[in-house]
Design a protein around this ligand. Structure first.
Ligand SMILES: N[C@@H](CCC(=O)N[C@@H](CS)C(=O)NCC(=O)O)C(=O)O
Length: 343
């Protein structure tokens, strides 16, 4: 029988969301056991309805072990189940900004991650070589190379799912390089997104950077050239277990605009328009969204999960009291993010 203490989960190093949870658990001092790749398949564990990495095996209300996925709600669950060293700020205004930026990392930066990995030959070759080894490192060489070809073909054929294609490539790439530069500047002001202690948005952004800045050759080169500080930051966030979580580490709400204005403008420039267009296409019953992002054409299949992201962002906004909502309005004003309320 598998016990839920330490937390048991399945993942691989090439899965950004696995890395997000690992770094989060380390910072929170929550004990865990990570089943890497195929280790989980020998353990008679339950299967999740949607098979994603990471998958956590947690004790449900009925006392039975259940498979749970989705890093963002999992983090909220662990925030209430484990006390101390919080990564979701209690201040509601910071909390909303954290939600928004965590989603940007999870849902937008991941487009760059998937795009670079499976668009350029150099990156395809590296990923095809290493990804199968991350899951099955003991397997003979010929099987690994077969598996590498299989994974590469499968992932290349799914590039369209995240909206990476020849039309959108320039938008994704320009957005990644802008992000690198502005994040580099942000890190010169404070160590993290919401000041001098990490929040879940840091772990979301870091997660994509474990691949973009540290593994896939093309985006890694860009990061080393444009923003070596971001490359180094990714190593630092890997293991923050030895770092303090001082109560005064959080940013003052009146400093949010100054510290995060450029990042919020980037989110408003690309991610919010994508969320709104996706939502409108789903509402219209369409399976395809076609819109303009950053002045250029964007075409991709609709993504129902991201309609949920928009909905939960709106819920998080409407659960604020009027004064906090006003503060959020002031912070978002003119960044493009304020459009998240429009249909
Ligand atoms: N929203 C989920 C996303 C998880 C996700 O997309 N995981 C990827 C790996 S990084 C996955 O399992 N994709 C399905 C596949 O590769 O078959 C989360 O935050 O955990």
């Amino acid at each position: 029988m598998v016990s839920s203490d330490p937390l048991i989960f399945k993942g691989v190093p090439g899965s950004p969301y696995t890395r997000k949870m690992l770094a989060y658990l380390r910072f929170r001092h929550i004990p865990y056991q990570l089943l890497i790749g195929d280790q989980a398949s020998h353990m008679n564990l339950p299967e999740a309805k949607v098979q994603l990495l990471p998958t956590f095996y947690l004790t449900g209300d009925d006392g039975e072990l259940e498979a749970v996925v989705d890093s963002t709600p999992l983090i909220r669950r662990f925030e209430s189940e484990f006390l101390g060293r919080a990564a979701v700020p209690q201040n509601p205004v910071l909390g909303f900004i954290n939600d928004l930026l965590e989603d940007y990392g999870d849902e937008w930066l991941t487009k760059a991650m998937f795009h670079y990995r499976w668009h350029y030959q150099d990156d395809i070759t590296t990923a095809g070589k290493i990804l199968p080894r991350w899951s099955n490192n003991g397997v003979p060489e010929d099987k690994l190379s077969e598996l590498g070809d299989y994974i590469s073909q499968r992932q290349i054929s799914r590039l369209y799912v995240v909206g990476s294609n020849d039309i959108t490539a320039p938008v994704i790439e320009a957005s990644y390089t802008r992000f690198l530069t502005l994040f580099d500047t942000l890190l010169q002001r404070h160590r993290f997104v919401l000041g001098d202690r990490p929040c879940s948005a840091d772990f979301g952004i870091y997660a994509q950077l474990t691949q973009l800045a540290k593994f896939d050759p093309t985006p890694m080169r860009l990061c080393l050239n444009l923003a070596p500080r971001v490359h180094a930051w990714t190593d630092i966030v890997d293991d923050l277990s030895g770092q303090p979580a001082d109560a005064d580490g959080w940013l003052d709400t009146n400093k949010i605009r100054e510290h995060l204005g450029d990042l919020l403008c980037e989110v408003g420039r690309v991610y919010i328009p994508a969320l709104l267009a996706n939502n409108a296409a789903i509402d219209a019953g369409s399976e395809q969204m076609e819109t303009t992002i950053d002045g250029q054409r964007w075409v991709q299949p609709t993504f129902p999960y991201q309609a949920k992201c928009l909905q939960s962002l709106r819920q998080s906004y409407f659960s604020l009291d009027p004064a906090d909502r006003e503060s959020v309005d002031e912070i978002l004003s003119g960044t493009g993010c304020e459009a998240f309320l429009s249909s």
